[in-house]
Design a protein around this ligand. Sequence first.
Ligand code: CP
Ligand code: NVA
Length: 300
Amino acid sequence: MNPRHFISLLDLTSDEFRGLIHRAIALKNHRDPNYQPLKGQVLAMIFEKSSTRTRISFEAGMSHFGGNALFLSPRDTQLGRGEPLSDSAKVISSMVDGIMLRTNSHETVTTFAKYSSVPVINGLTDEQHPCQLLADMQTYFELRGDIQGKTVVWIGDGNNMCHSYIHAATVLDFTLHIASPAAYMPDAAIVAAAGERIKFFDTPIAAAHNADLIVTDVWASMGQEEEQKQREIAFKDYQVDAKVMQAAHPDALFMHCLPAHRGEEVSAEVIDGVQSVIFPEAENRLHAQKALLEFLLCKQ
Ligand code: CP
Ligand code: NVA
């Protein structure tokens, strides 16, 4: 039997996505130390790139549920010496109950999933970051209720986070306004598949009109550090500042997956201001990951 993987938000139905959000909220509000549904289970975590939130949330989540998490770096495993992904996936999955990967190439995760006998979770690739969206959507639901029919605004790079916001708009049925420089638009096929929910704007202020939620991310993602200077020039008119927030609804929220660069993609005034919910959003990575682990790994 093929295991259930979590590679993309499009792997979820809208009921499943909403179910995970409500479960994450319940797990957050009623922590029961005796509830250990993953007792004795092991999650392998393969990180080709750095992480604070993703690593800690999966590791703490497995501990809370009575299981264990193994941190594996390609530097210290045979993956870094070129062992085929198919062999690695078969071997690792024969010893653990789930595998989470953070990789440069999205294809690494899909290849792993093809050969793994246990669930594979995408902990970020160059194309998508679906786990972050579970936490972002949980945060919105907690503070404002269901996001269906609302207007979310993405400002900045058409990157992995932007792609997962496009997927979330499809599954949860909200409108997504995007303001990105012409050379940094999201992938055309991902946009096309989302249909009329996605609308493009020339400036952050134009995109922010009617916004219920404004989101941005770093201008240079992990692996793009050498492009930093060039990107600072390309994105200079794409900072989320007080003027952008003023164009949104007065009760609009501001989110950022973190880590953030104050003074670049967002002003300090906004990210540290009253509309910003970055710290509940970060904490919710833990609760959302636990809901996801329970959904994928619970065997009863
Ligand atoms: N937002 C996020 O994924 O953070 P980390 O890179 O710290 O895991
Ligand atoms: N777009 C960022 C997200 C980090 C959580 C990156 O890929 O580096």
